[in-house]
Write a new protein. Structure first.
Length: 752
């Protein structure tokens, strides 16, 4: 444990019994901080050089070049550092800010999924509404790429607002691990604004209650504010009311005369018996602690969130960024390119050599120039001369540096600058671009893990029950909780959240990479679900125009809101299916969207009436279906009526159900009349028995049999009569033939 001896390891129990804070002596604390600050001085010099290179400060001092008669040489920064840092930081910025929501919440209850989506959306809304959010994120990712360490600092115990901290202002213990939760102490180099300190003197008692040492504040102002500091403190001590009414108006001018701020440190130390104490102190050991907050924070890891770029062998002091690693390379690149320019300028210069001794004088006096024309006198002979071009070797060296730099940039935390050849096809160029601009998998995974830790800290602070309107970000968090409550998110839902992760996004968060990836999926569009098609269209448009809000407006896509609505609609339709066929009782669910359920059930009942009017349903069937739906809808109406935001909609639904209930009463009256008529007929039948169905069927069958028999007999008689008539005709015809034969025979005999 950072070189502690056995005696030191056994010390906590004794210290805990005494209850004495670990940092009780401000002189020793200041000595500890300044000793470690001195050890980190070399790192600060490198940070300053990186920032100078990023700001494209000329590599050489112009006055020094002039003194060496080299003021004519090229002295510019070619922007390699700025390009490498910005392109690397852009990847981090896009990964952190481009997803539809910043966090992904996991709960042990699957049925909470839609409500958790609502929490994710409101969390993003609250963060986006904070004006400093994107600025702080931009500074963090810049520091991460340039210097190797991005830092978010949470200065308040309950507030969720944070600030980006430059790694040069973080003073860590020797051999400090990359996990802040393991540090025994750390300090932040800062400045205390004089106006803020003077404000603490207006109400000394109230300031002392929260931990300020009013005496130390007076001493600090008196020592550091050299121009009238002692007089200002004396005026406040003599008459606080007079200070508030008169002298306070001159605070700004007074502070400006004294450099506005007092240098100092914020010191955090982990107590042996738990908790983290916080102290404010100046660089003057005689002043002491300006502020004491014993066990003000729960744990060391709750105060800052780290985003180290490189592994650093597990130690924070060994973490290096792209700027630190590539600083010598870009320095050499500037020298090479500047010398290349100098060589070309020298080689392009023309030298004229005369053949005679007086040619120089004649060149000055007799040569005339008119526009683009130059006239030489007779007898003036000059020979142009020039230096040989020495740039060939420099050009080759420059190309080699570009090649090596392009290969190493990615691993150093920057971007690939290698160029494609003009002979490449569009597809080859596209594949090369995607490969060169895609961050390494482990690098992205490491950043997302760091981002998840940060969001976990922020999320826990944002939903802290102890958060008040006086805390940084408190009003926004309270308003967010109010919106969540209105949308049905209860304390139980929030309590069920066990994991907070950073929401990931594909294509390194780069819109061009996302657009290319989505276009690769275009052949499969026809196989997507309807929700999938909406999401696909939204992401393509968003990636193409680079504005997700505008893309959502153009495509009508609402992300998780659409999915929640679809889920609630599906649940209501499933209940309608039960109303259609069964008398099963359906109770309301805890997550039911009353507005959507009321709409779906009301439309179902109105459709039942339309089917009845179209003769597709009997009155009895329609009466049962509407009755089942109304028994369930009544519960929704009671709960929905408690929400003033949907009062108008609830009134409209209630009016429609009033019409449905009137129709239901009419159906009930008609069905009751039909039932009474049926009952009267049954009584009448009991008084005058009627043949039962079987007897009626038997009688009708016998009548049919008899009818068929009579018809068959009739047909047989007709056939007999027709047969008899035919036989009589044939008999008569036979007799006629016989007579004719006899007659012919008689005639023959006569002829003979």
């Amino acid at each position: 444990m950072w070189g502690m001896t056995t005696d030191q390891l056994e010390a906590p129990a004794a210290v805990a019994r005494q209850g004495k804070p670990r940092a009780s002596d401000p002189v020793k604390v200041l000595s500890l901080i300044q000793a470690q600050e001195k050890k980190q001085a070399g790192r600060l010099e490198i940070y300053r050089a990186v920032e100078a290179a990023y700001d494209r400060v000329p590599p050489d001092d112009d006055s020094a070049l002039d003194a060496d008669k080299l003021g004519w040489t090229a002295n510019i920064d070619w922007g390699g550092m700025e390009s490498g840092v910005d392109e690397g930081a852009e990847i981090d910025y896009n990964l952190a800010t481009q997803p539809d929501t910043y966090v992904r919440l996991l709960s042990g209850m699957e049925q909470m999924a839609d409500l958790l989506s609502v929490v994710e959306q409101e969390d993003k809304r609250a963060l986006d509404d904070w004006e400093e959010w994107l600025d702080e994120m931009e500074m963090m990712v810049h520091n991460r790429r340039a210097h190797g360490m991005g830092i978010f600092h949470f200065p308040h115990p309950q507030g969720w607002h944070f600030s980006s901290l430059h790694p040069g202002n973080l003073i860590t213990p020797p051999q400090g691990k990359k996990n802040p939760g393991k540090w025994p102490w750390f300090a932040i180099k800062t400045e205390f604004r004089i106006t803020d300190l003077l404000a603490r003197l207006e109400d000394p008692e109230a300031s002392a209650v929260v931990g300020w040492d009013v005496g130390a504040i007076r001493q600090a102002v008196a020592k550091f504010a050299e121009h009238g500091g002692q007089e200002m403190v004396s005026s406040i001590e003599k008459n606080v009311e007079n200070y508030v009414l008169e002298l306070r108006a001159g605070d700004l001018a007074f502070a400006q005369e004294n450099n506005n701020a007092i240098p100092g440190f914020i010191f955090y130390v982990a107590e042996w018996d738990g908790g983290v104490s916080e102290y404010f102190l100046t660089t003057n050991s005689e002043v002491g602690f300006l502020f004491k907050g014993v066990k003000r924070h729960a744990a060391m890891g709750d105060v800052i969130a780290l985003f180290p770029l490189s592994l650093g062998q597990g130690y924070i002091e060994r973490v290096r960024g792209y700027g630190v690693k590539m600083l010598p390379y870009h320095d050499l690149e500037n020298q090479t390119r500047n010398r290349f320019v100098d060589s070309v300028m020298l080689a392009s210069g023309m030298i004229v050599q005369g053949e005679e001794g007086d040619d120089w004088q004649r060149l000055q006096s007799e040569v005339r120039q008119y526009g683009p024309y130059t006239f030489f006198p007779d007898g003036l002979n000059v020979n142009p001369q020039s230096f040989g071009d020495p740039s060939g070797g420099i050009v080759a060296l420059n190309r080699e540096m570009e090649r090596v730099g392009g290969q190493r940039n990615r691993s150093f935390g920057g971007a690939d600058h290698s160029q494609r050849t003009p002979e490449m096809t569009a597809t080859q160029s596209r594949m090369l671009w995607q490969g060169e601009n895609k961050a390494q998998t482990n690098e992205v995974a490491r950043f997302y893990k760091q981002l998840s830790h940060f969001h976990k800290l922020r999320f826990r602070r944002m939903f802290n029950p102890q958060l008040s309107a006086a805390d940084p970000g408190g009003p926004a968090a309270i308003e967010m909780i109010k919106r969540l409550t209105e949308k049905g998110v209860t304390i139980e839902v929030l309590a069920s959240i066990h994991t907070v992760k950073a929401r990931t996004i594909f294509g390194d968060g780069d819109p061009v990479n996302q657009y290319l990836a989505m276009k690769d999926l275009e052949p499969f569009f026809g196989r997507f679900t309807e929700d999938g098609k909406k999401a696909y269209t939204h992401h393509v448009v968003a990636a193409r125009i680079g504005d997700r809000d505008l893309a959502a407006q153009l495509t009508g896509y609402k992300g998780t809101e659409d999915r929640n609505k679809a889920l609630a609609t599906w649940q209501a339709q499933q209940e309608n299916a039960v109303f259609e066929v069964a008398d099963t009782r359906l109770d309301l669910g805890d997550r039911d969207n009353h507005l959507i359920h009321l709409g779906e059930h009301t439309v179902f009942a109105e459709e039942v009436v339309a089917r009845l009017d179209g003769k597709d349903l009997t009155e009895a069937e329609a009466f049962q279906k509407i009755g089942r739906a109304f028994a369930h809808v009544q519960q929704h109406l009671v709960l929905a009526a408690q929400d003033p935001l949907i009062e108008a909609v609830v009134k409209d639904v209630a009016r429609r159900w009033a019409d449905l209930n009137n129709r239901q009463r009419q159906l009930g009256q008609h069905l009751k009349a039909e039932q009474e008529k049926s009952q009267r007929e049954q009584i009448e039948e009991m008084r005058t028995p009627r043949p039962n169905v079987k007897d009626t069927e038997t009688r009708m069958t016998q009548e049919i049999v008899r009818s068929l028999a009579m018809e068959r007999h009739k047909r047989e008689m007709e056939l007999l009569e027709q047969r008899h008539e035919l036989e009589m005709r044939m008999l008569a015809q036979g007799k006629a033939v016989e007579q004719q034969g006899r007659l012919l025979a008689g005639l023959g005999e006569v002829g003979e």
